[in-house]
Design a protein around this ligand. Structure first.
Ligand code: NAD
Length: 423
C-alpha cells in the first residue's frame, strides 16, 4: 500500500440520500407542497474558484463552496471540510443535515456547510494557511457572527478556525471571535469543544445500551475513522469499560480481539501518521473493519460507507453514527429488518454543534464557563433529546432516523408558519 491516502468514493450521492431521508419523514407531516419544497432546498449557495501561491512559487487554483440550507430558526451553522472528494452536492447534503441536527436538539440555528476540494495532508502549513485565508475571504460575504458561523469538519481543525477568525477580523478592523466556533481556547474557544462530538457519541452509546440491556463493561467496539470524532468516542468508551477491538483511518484499519487502549493508538498515530502498525494488532481494510463482529459499531469517517450490499454482513448490537450520512437509505432498511438500532447522525453527533453553540454564547457574552459546566449542559441536552427521539420513533412506529427527522422538520415548519412567508 502506498503512503498516499486511499480515497473511498461514497457509494450514493449524498444529496440524493439527504432528499430521500427528508421525503420519507416529511410524508408523516401535513406540509403544504410549497412549504415542503422550501424546507428541502438550500436557501443560498456559493462556489468560489480561487488562486493560492504555493511554496515553490507556482499558483494553483482551488474550488470551494459554502451552502446555507435554512435560516428559519436563526443564523446558519456548519463545519468546513477539506477533502479531495468534496462536491457541491456533498456540501448541500451536509448543510441540510445541519438544519435538522440543530432543530432536533433545539438550537436556535439553521444549517450550513462549506468545503474545499483539497487534500490538506499534502500541503505545507504555510500553503494550508494561505488557502484558508483566501477561502475565508472569498466566502466572507456569507459569514458573520449573526449570520453564519463555521466550525471544523473533516480535514480542518482549531488552527484553521483561528486563521478564519483572524482573516475575518482583519477585514472588519476589530477582533470578531464569534464568527467561528471550534477555535483554540486562547482566542475564545470553549473548554470541551474538541471532545464534544465524541462525547455526544459516547452518551448516545450509553443511553442505547441501557435501552437494549447491553452491559458496557467488556462490550466490544469498532470505530471507522479515528479522527476528532472517532478517537474521542473510542477513548471515552474505553473509559466506561468497553473493549475497543478495531479502529481505522483513511489508510486502513487495525484489529485485535483482545482490545487495546485508544489513547496509546492516538499517540502511535501522531508519530506514524496512521493507526496502522500499532503493536499487537492485525491490519484490516476499511471494508473488512465494518464487518468485524462487535457489540457497538461507530462509523465516524465519511458518507455512504454502509449500503444494502454490505449491511447484511454487519454483525453488531447497535450502530451509532459518528459521521454524517455513513449509511445509505437502502442500508438503513436492512437494519430495520434485522432489528439493529441505528442512532442517526443528526442526534448521535450533535454534541459538536451543541458545544459550538455554547462557545458562541460564551463569546458573545464575553463570559466563559469551566469545562464541567460545558459537559454537564451538553449531557443534559443530548440525553433529553435522545429519549424524545426514541419516544417519537415509537409513537410514529418508525425507525430512529425518521423519528428524529419528523421532530426536526416539524420544529422548522412550525417556526416558518409563525414567521410567515415574506412579503
Ligand atoms: P477528522 O478529519 O478529524 O477525522 C476523519 C477520520 O476519518 C480521519 O482519521 C481519516 O483518516 C479517516 N477517514 C477518512 N476517509 C476514510 C475512509 N474512507 N475510511 C476510513 N477512515 C477514513 O474528521 P472528524 O471531524 O472526526 O469528522 C468525521 C465525521 O464526523 C465526518 O462525517 C464529519 O462530518 C462528522 N462530524 C464531525 C463533527 C466535528 O465536530 N468534528 C461534528 C459532527 C459530525
Amino acid at each position: 500500500m502506498s503512503a498516499q491516502a486511499v480515497v473511498i468514493t461514497p457509494r450514493e450521492d449524498p444529496w440524493e440520500m439527504a432528499l430521500r431521508q427528508f421525503n420519507e419523514a416529511a410524508d408523516y407531516l401535513p406540509l403544504k407542497r410549497g412549504i415542503r419544497e422550501y424546507l428541502a432546498y438550500p436557501k443560498r449557495e456559493m462556489t468560489v474558484n480561487f488562486p493560492v501561491k504555493m511554496d515553490d512559487g507556482s499558483v494553483r487554483l482551488f474550488t470551494g463552496h459554502r451552502v446555507h440550507h435554512s435560516t428559519v430558526l436563526g443564523p446558519t451553522k456548519g463545519g468546513i471540510r477539506y477533502h479531495p472528494d468534496v462536491t457541491l452536492n456533498e456540501v448541500r447534503a451536509l448543510a441540510m443535515w445541519m438544519t435538522w441536527k440543530c432543530a432536533v436538539v433545539g438550537l436556535p440555528y439553521g444549517g450550513a456547510k462549506g468545503g474545499v476540494v483539497v487534500d490538506p495532508k499534502i500541503l505545507s502549513q504555510d500553503e494550508l494557511e494561505h488557502l484558508t485565508r483566501r477561502y475565508a475571504t472569498e466566502i466572507s460575504i456569507m459569514m458573520s457572527p449573526e449570520g453564519d458561523i463555521p466550525a471544523p469538519d473533516v480535514g480542518t481543525n482549531p488552527q484553521v478556525m483561528a486563521w478564519i477568525m483572524d482573516t475575518y477580523s482583519m477585514h472588519r478592523g476589530h477582533s470578531t471571535p464569534s464568527v467561528v466556533t471550534g477555535k483554540p481556547i486562547e482566542i475564545g474557544g470553549s473548554f470541551g469543544r474538541v471532545e464534544a462530538t465524541g462525547r455526544g457519541v459516547m452518551l448516545s452509546v450509553r443511553e442505547t445500551a441501557k435501552l437494549i440491556n447491553l452491559p458496557l463493561e467488556g462490550a466490544t467496539v469498532v470505530v471507522q475513522g479515528f479522527g476528532n470524532v472517532g478517537a474521542v468516542a473510542a477513548t471515552l468508551l474505553h473509559g466506561l469499560g468497553c473493549k475497543v477491538i478495531a479502529v481505522s483511518d483513511s489508510r486502513g484499519g487495525i484489529h485485535s480481539p483482545k482490545g487495546f487502549d485508544p489513547g496509546a493508538v492516538l499517540r502511535h498515530k501522531e508519530a506514524a501518521r496512521s493507526v496502522i502498525g500499532f503493536p499487537g494488532t492485525d491490519r484490516v481494510s476499511n471494508e473488512e473493519l465494518l464487518e468485524i463482529p462487535c457489540d457497538i459499531l461507530i462509523p465516524s469517517a465519511l458518507e455512504g460507507q454502509v449500503d444494502a450490499e454490505n449491511a447484511p454482513r454487519i454483525k453488531t448490537r447497535m450502530i451509532v453514527e459518528g459521521a454524517n450520512g455513513p449509511i445509505t437509505p437502502d442500508g438503513d432498511a436492512v437494519f430495520v429488518e434485522r432489528k439493529i438500532p441505528v442512532i442517526p447522525d443528526i442526534l448521535a453527533n450533535a454534541g459538536g454543534v451543541i458545544v459550538s453553540y455554547f462557545e458562541w454564547v460564551q463569546g458573545l457574552q464575553q463570559f466563559f464557563w469551566v469545562e464541567e459546566e460545558v459537559n454537564q449542559n451538553l449531557e443534559r441536552i443530548l440525553v433529553r433529546e435522545f429519549h424524545r427521539v426514541w419516544q417519537s420513533a415509537q409513537e410514529y412506529k418508525v425507525r430512529l432516523r425518521v423519528g428524529a427527522l419528523i421532530r426536526a422538520i416539524n420544529r422548522v415548519a412550525n417556526a416558518l408558519y409563525i414567521r410567515g412567508i415574506y412579503p
